[in-house]
Structure formats: structure tokens, C-alpha cells
Design a protein around this ligand. Structure first.
Ligand code: DGL
Length: 262
């Protein structure tokens, strides 16, 4: 069983790619919608939440987990890996590799949550591949509630206004490649591409899914390609935006749990 988790809807960007790369696999997704956002919180709180998320997934017999959250991947991955004896993949490494490979002018931008930008994880990962790459990072916390509340159309005027402000430093830096370092942000790919038409966008969730696909255990005979979703707050809000993003209704597969029990 493949486990995927995020603070909310963002991890669906990884999930969609896993389903594409590994059709027929059983997947369990947890979105911590009752406690989103993670990216504005202290590292102690992020670690505590991530440990609970993992404990819940372990009750679902997962044998590999994708921490499909930039905030968790940059802040808590080392704690998770030293606590749970199973492969846990984060979203930093694959995106850093893809960006280092894609950039021609060696100027890369990173947009992510405040916690991720403060951790310096993407900068470190990119520099460890090529120290000559210049990295400009901008925290874009307001994009997370915009996604959670469904402001996801390519031409949404509210999202366009917020992006215009956040992306001014990215434009000024002349980057040719931009890492969407919070997994919520690829849901806004259309809007971001409109704001930065000549920039290559790197989807951190999708890049992590590729890493997962390369090391996932073989498919079991009883797997039937079922994706089950668990959330820590009301089902309809999650189901509505998730169905739009995934292009199919998911409501029947969504269950609410009390994450504080784990
Ligand atoms: N999708 C998340 C991330 O990648 C979480 C955003 C948040 O909860 O603040 O960082």
C-alpha cells in the first residue's frame, strides 16, 4: 500500500502523478484539512503533526510513504525517517534535480511556504547539485488558503492579483526555472504560467512521485487500484476541490478521522 500525506489538498498533485505512473496500485491519502496550513507554524509543531500523520498512515498498512508536503519535507523528514522503519520520500530532492537539469541561465526561483523558505532546504539541495546556480526564494503563504478555498481557475482575478505581488522578486531575478516548492502550488499551474509565461515550472509533487515510482515495492496480486482519502475536517469542502483537480468525483471515498488520536 502506498501512503501519501499533506496538510490538505496539495499532496493531490503528487497523487495524480502516482496514479498515472503506477496504474492499479492501492493508495491511501491523508489530508490534514483540520490543521492546514502547516507552513506558518513552528518546526516543533510541524514535526508533531507529521509524526501523527505518519502514525495514522501506519494503521493502513502502508509500506512506502510520500510526504507530499514541502513544509514537512524540508522541516521534519529527518525525524520521520529516524522514527519509522519504511521508505519515506520527500518533495525537495526530485524538484531540485529537475530544476538543476532544466535551467539554462543557472537562475532558479523557489516559491514555497514560509517554513520551507526559512529551512533553506531547496537552496541547499540545488547548490549541492550545482553550486553555481543562483537561487531566489519567496514565501507565498497566501496561495495555500486560496487553493483550499477553490480559487484555482487559471484566470481567477484574486489569485492573479496575489501572484502578481508575490512573483515580482522572481521576475526581477530573471529566473528561467521556478520550483513550485509547496505542493499546493501546482494546482495553480495555469495561473502561475500566465504570470510567468517564459519560465519552466517544476512541480515538486510530480517529481517526488517519479522518485517514488522508481523504488516502490512490486504490485501485490490483491491490489485493485483503489484510492481512499482521509481528512481531519469536513468531507464536502475537500471532496469538491479534489474532484475538480482530479477530474473525477471522490466524495464516496473520503472519510473523516480524528488525527489527534494518533
Ligand atoms: N502543501 C504544503 C507544502 O507543500 C502545505 C502548505 C501549508 O500547509 O502551509 O508546503
Amino acid at each position: 500500500m502506498i501512503g501519501v500525506f499533506d496538510s490538505g489538498l496539495g499532496g493531490l498533485t503528487a497523487l495524480r502523478e502516482i496514479v498515472r505512473l503506477l496504474p492499479g496500485r492501492d493508495i491511501v491519502y491523508f489530508g490534514d484539512t483540520g490543521r492546514v496550513p502547516y507552513g506558518t507554524r513552528s518546526s516543533e509543531t510541524i514535526v508533531r503533526y507529521a509524526l501523527q500523520d505518519m502514525r495514522f498512515l501506519c494503521t493502513q498498512a502502508v509500506d512506502v510513504v510520500l510526504a507530499a508536503c514541502g513544509t514537512v519535507s524540508s522541516t521534519a523528514l529527518h525525524v520521520l525517517r529516524s522514527t519509522f522503519p519504511l521508505p519515506i520520500i520527500g518533495v525537495v530532492e526530485g524538484a531540485a534535480q529537475a530544476a538543476a537539469h532544466a535551467t539554462k541561465n543557472r537562475r532558479v526561483g523557489v516559491i514555497a511556504t514560509g517554513a520551507t523558505v526559512s529551512s533553506g532546504a531547496f537552496v541547499q539541495a540545488i547548490k549541492s547539485i550545482d553550486p553555481q546556480i543562483d537561487v531566489t526564494s519567496v514565501a507565498c503563504p497566501m496561495l495555500v488558503p486560496l487553493v483550499e478555498n477553490g480559487y484555482i481557475a487559471d484566470d481567477d482575478p484574486v489569485t492573479a492579483l496575489v501572484l502578481d505581488d508575490y512573483l515580482s522578486a522572481i521576475r526581477a531575478a530573471g529566473v528561467d526555472t521556478l520550483i513550485l516548492g509547496c505542493t499546493h502550488f501546482p494546482i495553480l499551474t495555469g495561473a502561475i504560467a500566465r504570470a510567468l509565461p517564459d519560465v519552466t515550472l517544476i512541480n515538486s509533487g510530480a517529481e517526488a512521485a517519479k522518485l517514488l515510482a522508481a523504488q516502490v515495492p512490486p504490485k501485490q496480486a490483491d491490489e485493485e487500484g483503489r484510492v481512499r482519502y482521509f481528512v481531519s475536517d469536513s468531507v464536502p469542502g475537500f471532496a469538491r476541490v479534489a474532484s475538480i483537480f482530479l477530474g473525477e468525483p471522490v466524495e464516496d471515498e473520503v472519510t473523516r478521522i480524528d488525527i489527534e488520536r494518533f
